[in-house]
Design a protein around this ligand. Structure first.
Ligand SMILES: [Zn+2]
Length: 112
């Protein structure tokens, strides 16, 4: 996953919705299974935000823990790493949480 392109698309989405409104806070939800590295996002953010309405905004990342439900026994569990295997031995599991990569909220600057 290319974190820089993710950050750029997030900034684009914000600009599309909020136009020229200066942003002071961006809160992102990043799931454990999304393959996105939060630290890499933090690293790219300031550079990508430069010259946009998001420049200088604070970045908050909410990490979402992975959760699966087994289709074999209906147990809900937290998978270890990327291995989606239930205790009952069944690998037919549905991912309930942990794949998200989305903007949770955006804080608009109050000084305008
Ligand atoms: Zn199971």
């Amino acid at each position: 996953v290319h974190e820089l392109s993710i950050v750029e698309s997030v900034i684009e989405q914000i600009a599309e919705r909020l136009g020229h409104t200066p942003i002071e806070l961006v809160r992102l939800e990043i799931g454990e299974l999304s393959g996105v590295v939060p630290d890499a996002i933090r690293f790219c953010f300031d550079v990508a935000a430069e010259g946009s309405t998001v420049a200088g905004a604070r970045l908050e990342i909410v990490e979402v823990a992975a959760r699966c439900v087994c289709r074999g026994c209906d147990a809900e569990f937290r998978p270890a790493d990327k291995l989606l295997l239930c205790q009952c031995g069944c690998a037919d599991v549905a991912i309930v949480a942990g794949e998200e990569l989305r903007i949770a909220s955006v804080g608009v600057s109050a000084h305008v």
